[in-house]
Each structure stands twice: as C-alpha cells, then as structure tokens.
Design a protein around this ligand. Structure first.
Ligand SMILES: [Zn+2]
Length: 393
C-alpha cells in the first residue's frame, strides 16, 4: 500500500495550488493559460481560476497577446515585480546600508548610514526601522505594501530563529530576537542571516544566476565563505557552513588568533592581518589604497594572503567541487593580486577534474552584494508557494 501511495504521489502533477503555479511565472516570461495548463497538467478551468486569484493579488499582470496562427490571439500573463516591496538591511560594524526593492530585487530607494553595532540591538534596530520607513516614503510606497525584511549581521546567526549566536564584535546581541524586534516595528516577516551568506546570495542572484555551484569568499576585516550548491544557499545544520576564517593554514605554527587557536586563516590573511603586518597601515582600506598606488611590498603581501587563502580553498574545492569561486569584501578591491595568489595555490593543489572548468574571479556587485542578498532572502520567503497560497486565500 505504501508503495502504491508513493507511486501515485510521484505521478501526481508537481504543481497543485496557486502558489505552486506562481513559481512557474517567477522567471518573468509571459505565458498563456494553455502554456500553464500544458506544463501543470491541470484543466484549463483550474488554471484560469488560479490566474484570476494571482491577478487579484497583483502578483501577475496581463502581458499582451501571444502570436497566433489564426483566430483571436490568446492573452499572456507575467510576474508583476512591483506588486509589493521588501527591505534589505546590511549591518556592518560601523555602518549600515538599507535598500527598498521590488520583488525582483530592483532597488527603489537606498540609504547608507554610519552606525555602531556595539550600541546594541534596540538602538541599532530603532535606527533601521526609522530609515526603513523613510525609504518607504521616499519610494511612495505604504508600510502595508512591505512583504518582508531581510537582515544581514556581522556575526554568526542561527538562521532558523534569526538570533545572533555569541557574535564576537557585537556585544549585547547574543540571542537577541531580531525578527521579533523588527517584526513588531514593520508588521512584516523578518529573516536574518550572517553578512557573508547574504553577500553570497546577492552576488549569485545578481551576477551569476546560472552558476549552480559557487563559493563566495569575503576577505575584509575577517574571512568567511558562503556556499551556493545546486543553485541554493547552503547554511548547514546550525547556519555556520562556510565559516572558514578559523580553519588552520597548513604549516603555520607561530601566529595566535583572537579565538585562541594557532594558525587560523583569518589571523594570517584577512585584510586586518595584512594591515597589521605592513608598515603605515591600520585598516584593510589602507592596504587597498597602497596597492592601488603601486606599492610593491603591499602588493606582495596581498598576493601572499591570496596564497594562504588558496591553501584553505583548495580543500574546499575538493569537498564541494564548485565551478566558480568569487572573491568579495574590501580586499577584493586590491585588484588581481589576491586572485592571482589564490589561483596559484588552488590550481596547484587540487585535482585536474575539480579545476579544469573552475573559474576564480572578483565579485561584480561590490558593496551592494549584502543588501541585494538580504532583499533576495526576503523575496524568496514572500513569494514561496506557501506564502502566496496564504496571500490569495
Ligand atoms: Zn581563530
């Protein structure tokens, strides 16, 4: 009996409710009722009823007429990204970037503001809420049109609860209920993740949507990675997948990390580590400025950081077999030096099958990666089959 039931389930059309049918339209391509009936295997009347529901909710709109071989041309329908808006929030140690976007993550209004994460959750999230409402007003949208909020934090986050977990540079934030605090202000669902994961998501969606297996590496004050596998962000069991900053670099025995271990990647190759090792630099931005000015010593130091990062990434390549490694974070602004160092070691240390089609490049979205990813995370939740079914019910 169980076998029969399972077989029936496998034969059943993959698409059942309006929410599922909407997923077919999310690519933005206009489709006719007949197209959707053919793909879903559902009756034309069922498809027509679901189109009416999605139209009434504003999620799809008429998109003109399809070409016809005779008779009246059939009407087409397509995703309407302007139906609602979401707020993407990228919080750093000393600054924040907020962007109000439509449901295709097109930015409608954006704001950068100085902010100290060490002020603690209530004051910081108050400021986020205030700015969010200002952006809504600026874009001419009402708070009721806000379908969700995505937040990136500069520390470890348990994604399921949205709570930071012992974040080293965020005193007062441990276990803070960020979704509840911001959710009460905005009256909308709030999703939280660490900054590297949202950057990986933003860079993937905006720049490389067709690359299914991608590793995003942020090299800034610290070092972390976000993993895209089979087209989706992978967070691991607790949300700490990709946390490569405290992996030991082979052969380093004399450098103690702030975490207490010896030879951590972050203690050797982060932007801060390079800045501390060079004369006359205190921040990663100083290092980038020196490299851009043609300083040979700084350029060599960044290239060596690239080699050290490459040693850890070679192991990641063996584990995950990505087809692309994207380097982001401020040290990526130092140009080709860091990527050259990474390539040198990854290609030398990995097996040919893993590297024959592997591309290692710098990020295209730059400082926008975080807000774009935070927006994409909120959109994914707002447009999930379940959320759409609730909306049209
Ligand atoms: Zn460490």
């Amino acid at each position: 009996m169980v076998e029969v039931a399972r077989e029936l389930m496998q034969q059943a059309p993959k698409v059942s409710g309006a929410g599922d049918m909407f997923q077919l339209l999310r690519d933005g391509r206009p489709r006719t009722r007949a197209d959707l009936a053919a793909v879903t295997g559902q009756a034309r009347s069922t498809v027509a009823a679901r189109i009416d529901l999605l139209m009434a909710a504003g999620l799809i709109a008429p998109a003109g007429e399809a070409s016809s071989t005779g008779g009246r041309p059939p009407a087409t329908f397509a995703f309407a990204p302007s139906a609602r808006v979401v707020l993407g929030v990228d919080l750093g140690a000393t600054h924040a970037r907020l962007a109000l976007t439509d449901l295709a993550s097109t930015v409608l209004a954006q704001r950068d503001l100085p902010l100290l994460i060490t002020d603690g959750p209530e004051p910081v999230l108050d400021q986020v809420a205030l700015t969010g409402f200002e952006l809504l007003a600026e874009a001419g949208r009402s708070p009721g049109e806000l379908a969700g909020v995505g937040v990136g934090l500069p520390g470890p986050v348990e994604h399921a609860t949205g709570k930071p977990n012992n974040p080293p540079i965020m005193p007062g934030w441990d276990d803070a209920d960020v979704p509840a605090i911001l959710g009460a202000r905005f009256n909308a669902p709030v999703l939280v993740d660490n900054d590297v994961n949202i950057m990986a998501l933003g860079e993937h969606r905006a720049a490389w949507p067709d690359v299914a297996d991608l590793l995003f590496v942020k090299v800034a004050t610290g070092i972390g990675a976000g993993i895209i596998a089979d087209g989706a962000l992978r967070r691991g069991a607790q949300g700490s997948a990709g946390d490569i900053g405290h992996v030991a670099v082979p052969g380093v025995t004399d450098i103690v990390c702030r975490c207490g271990n010896i030879g951590c990647l972050e203690a050797i190759a982060s932007g801060l580590a390079v800045a501390n090792a060079l004369q006359g630099t205190t921040t990663p931005a100083d290092v980038v400025a020196l490299v851009r000015a043609g300083d040979v010593v700084a350029s060599q130091a960044v290239r060596q950081a690239g080699r050290d990062i490459g040693a850890v990434l070679a192991t990641s390549v063996s584990l995950l077999n990505p087809s692309m490694i994207v380097i982001g974070g401020i040290l990526a602004d130092a140009g080709e030096h860091i990527v050259a160092g990474i390539r040198e070691v990854v290609y030398q240390r990995s097996l040919p099958l893993a590297t024959q089609h592997l591309r290692i490049v710098t990020a295209r979205t730059g400082a926008r990666a975080g807000v774009l990813g935070a927006s994409a995370m909120a959109v994914d939740q707002a447009l999930s089959s379940e959320a759409v079914d609730r909306l049209v019910a």
